[in-house]
Design a protein around this ligand. Structure first.
Ligand code: GLV
Length: 330
């Protein structure tokens, strides 16, 4: 790339040439974007592992691992837009951005289908006890086919409970039809189109938890939802049922989840997200009933490119004085 510069961490970033306005962009996105993705601007590629730089950046294109609160924004006085390359934006203090009049954008829609696929990969892996089966082969303890070996949950005829029926929750629900599952959902809003499309039924959360064989979580992380899956909520789940989380780790009390698995109350869990990423509780990851993945819900080449391109477009639209394509409405 000719139009870019790479800099070290946390130094005061100024524009010595004064030529082109500078855009802070996560270095991890570089290989997903075309050459010169920000014509007219100087792209300053900084890894999300580095501290947030201070300086005269007019836009910041961010990953969810970069926190953006009062302190970081204080150091970015020229910022006109925060363009998040993710659908979730719990790393950004929306209040702090709003107080400075800085719009925030995210990347919904483009990742819906790939994330729903991954939720299903986890549902299937946990329902059919794939981790235990793989381990049996890896440890060379398999003694041959047995009629009672590794019996799992038959999805056909079982109930899938979707907690949060937004875009991704609904895409997970659509796939359930192909597996012959009944679908129920809980959501602050009724979703009549979703109900009509696949015969989904809306329930309150306790009823959904009591009746579902598989519970799949698709809520954003907010002050209201954080920790929603605590010991009480797990105790309401149908004995032996499965818990899937491809949303955010901090929706879950991981200690309570582990206890429910150890007590045998839950039959298994599929987790793509953790509350203190990239740290993961070893007891959960190594648990025979848990299939755990390193936050790869949207990780297909096509989706990650589309996310990066949408984040860049959002930044450019705001810088050009236009409405962004996918604003976050705070
Ligand atoms: C990923 O977790 C996202 O929010 O896009």
């Amino acid at each position: 790339m000719t139009d870019t510069s790479r800099v070290g961490p946390a130094n005061q970033q100024t524009n010595p040439s004064g030529s082109r306005p500078r855009v802070l962009i996560a270095a991890e996105l570089e290989s997903l974007l075309p050459e010169d993705p920000l014509p007219g601007y100087e792209a300053v590629w900084i890894s999300t592992l580095d501290p947030t730089p201070r300086g005269d950046f007019v836009a910041a294109i961010l990953l969810l691992s970069r926190s953006m609160g009062e302190e970081e924004l204080e150091g970015l006085p020229k910022l006109q837009v925060l363009a998040q390359c993710a659908v979730g934006y719990d790393n950004i203090d929306l209040g702090a951005a709003a107080r400075r009049g800085i719009p925030v954008t995210n990347t919904p829609d483009v990742l819906t289908e790939s994330t729903a696929d991954l939720a299903w990969a986890l549902i299937l892996a946990v329902a059919r006890r794939m981790k235990e089966g793989q381990e049996m082969l890896a440890q060379d303890t398999w003694s041959g086919w047995s009629p009672t070996q590794l019996l799992g949950l038959e999805l056909n005829g079982s109930t899938l409970g979707i907690v949060g029926a937004g875009r991704i929750g609904q895409a997970v629900g659509r796939r359930a039809l192909g597996f012959g599952m009944r679908v129920s959902y809980s959501d602050a809003e009724g979703r009549p189109d979703f109900e009509r499309a696949i015969g989904a039924e809306r329930s309150d959360l306790p009823t959904l938890l009591a009746e579902s064989d598989v519970v799949t979580l698709h809520l954003p992380s907010t002050a209201e939802t954080r920790g929603i899956f605590d010991a009480h909520r797990f105790s309401l789940m149908k004995p032996g049922s499965l818990f899937i989380n491809t949303a955010r780790g901090d929706l879950v009390d991981e200690g309570a989840l582990l206890e429910s698995l150890d007590e045998g109350r839950l039959g298994g869990a599929g987790l793509d997200v953790f509350s203190r990423e990239p740290q993961v509780p070893r007891e959960l990851v190594e648990h025979p009933k848990v299939v755990a993945l390193p936050h790869i819900g949207s990780a297909t080449t096509q989706t990650r490119r589309a996310m990066a391109e949408l984040a860049v477009k959002n930044a450019l639209e705001v810088l050009a004085g236009r409405e962004p394509l996918t604003p976050v409405r705070g």
